[in-house]
Design a protein. Structure first.
Length: 99
């Protein structure tokens, strides 16, 4: 069965507001069986122009588990903290891994 991934890329504009999100989201991820693979880090561009942004990649056991995390009441209640603390041109998406 393929794994599911939550991928996000955004620029933090309000560190204090983002801290409320960052402090609580690991617990919600864990409750849905997710594992943070990349969080922040120092990207090293190989091709193209890369904006200076924050990245997160979270692995779940299935695409359904990734969707359940994102649509959960707990995450939806926390999501405004991330949205209000980052640029509007950032994004988050769910991806299906290769089986």
């Amino acid at each position: 069965m393929p794994r599911g991934y939550f991928f996000g890329e955004f620029e933090i504009t309000d560190s204090a507001a983002y801290e409320a999100y960052r402090a609580k989201v690991p617990e919600i991820i864990s409750a849905h069986g997710g594992r943070i693979l990349v969080r922040g880090g120092e990207p090293q561009p190989l091709d193209g122009t890369m904006p200076q942004r924050r990245f997160i990649i979270v692995e779940f056991d299935s695409p359904e588990a990734a969707r359940a995390f994102y649509s959960s009441d707990a995450y939806q209640a926390l999501l405004p903290f991330r949205l209000n603390a980052s640029t509007s041109d950032g994004f988050a998406c769910l991806l299906t891994g290769v089986a």
